[in-house]
Design a protein around this ligand. Structure first.
Ligand code: ADP
Ligand code: 5GP
Length: 208
């Protein structure tokens, strides 16, 4: 029986500190059908971040060159740095049947939503704004002025949450991961993906 075996393209956004990285790590460890798109960024690596794994860390010139070569599915400026999704690997991975997670901020996410009707969009939130600030500060990876900038951007991002199909509350990491698994499983049951099953059943009816 032939099925639509292409993977899902999933946007995964949320304010800085909402837990995207933490959730993604746990999700990817539990699903071998799902991969994270590795973005290009002009921001400096944080301690422990590996080039080519967490991001492709590039200069502004290299980033600009990729824009000129039309190499991004989307890109955006976020708090003074550029971030972009390289397009070529995504096409390949989706055709291989992998679900591809795009962990991207809202401007880039909205660009993808405006151009692709097949994208699944998920927005992560904390239970409160206070908890968001607590987590961002608790992570201890940004100086105060960067934290202030990110908190301001977070207000804007929360005001755009209505553009997303799904809102996932990250109160506890395991529960948030379960919620995302539920979304992925349900997306596979959409008519567009199950049409061949129905057509097979109907074929049996017509030969009876
Ligand atoms: P993001 O990738 O969205 O910026 P992180 O995954 O880095 O966020 O999480 C920010 C901080 O919050 C990290 O220190 C992480 O360990 C912590 N964190 C993530 N999820 C939870 C949770 N459900 N409860 C408490 N702390 C959390
Ligand atoms: P961070 O500096 O914390 O790693 O990322 C800052 C923000 O940029 C986060 O919201 C993250 O999801 C987003 N981001 C990471 N990669 C991309 C990308 O390729 N495109 C866009 N538009 N945003 C990205």
């Amino acid at each position: 029986m032939s099925q639509n075996k292409k993977g899902l393209l999933v946007i995964f956004s949320g304010p800085s500190g909402s837990g995207k990285g933490t959730i993604m790590k746990s999700l990817l460890a539990s699903r071998d059908d799902t991969v994270l798109s590795v973005s290009m960024t002009t921001r400096a690596p944080r301690p422990g971040e590996i080039d080519g794994y967490h991001y492709h860390f590039v200069t502004r010139e290299e980033f600009q060159k990729t824009i000129e070569e039309d190499g991004f599915l989307e890109y955006a400026e976020y708090n003074g740095n550029f971030y972009g999704t390289p397009e070529a690997p995504i096409r390949r991975l989706l055709n291989e049947g992998k679900n591809v997670m795009l962990e991207i901020e809202v401007q880039g996410a909205e660009k993808v939503m405006d151009h692709r009707s097949d994208v699944v969009s998920i927005f992560i939130t904390t239970p409160s704004f206070e908890e968001l600030e607590r987590r961002l500060r608790g992570r201890g990876t940004e100086p105060e002025e960067v934290i202030q900038g990110r908190m301001k951007t977070s207000q804007y991002e929360l005001s755009r949450a209505f553009r997303y199909q799904y809102i996932v509350l990250n109160d506890e990491v395991e529960k948030a991961v379960d919620r995302i698994n539920t979304i992925i499983d349900a997306e596979y049951m959409r008519y567009s993906r199950m049409e061949n099953t129905i057509l097979e059943v109907l074929k049996d009816v017509s030969t009876q």
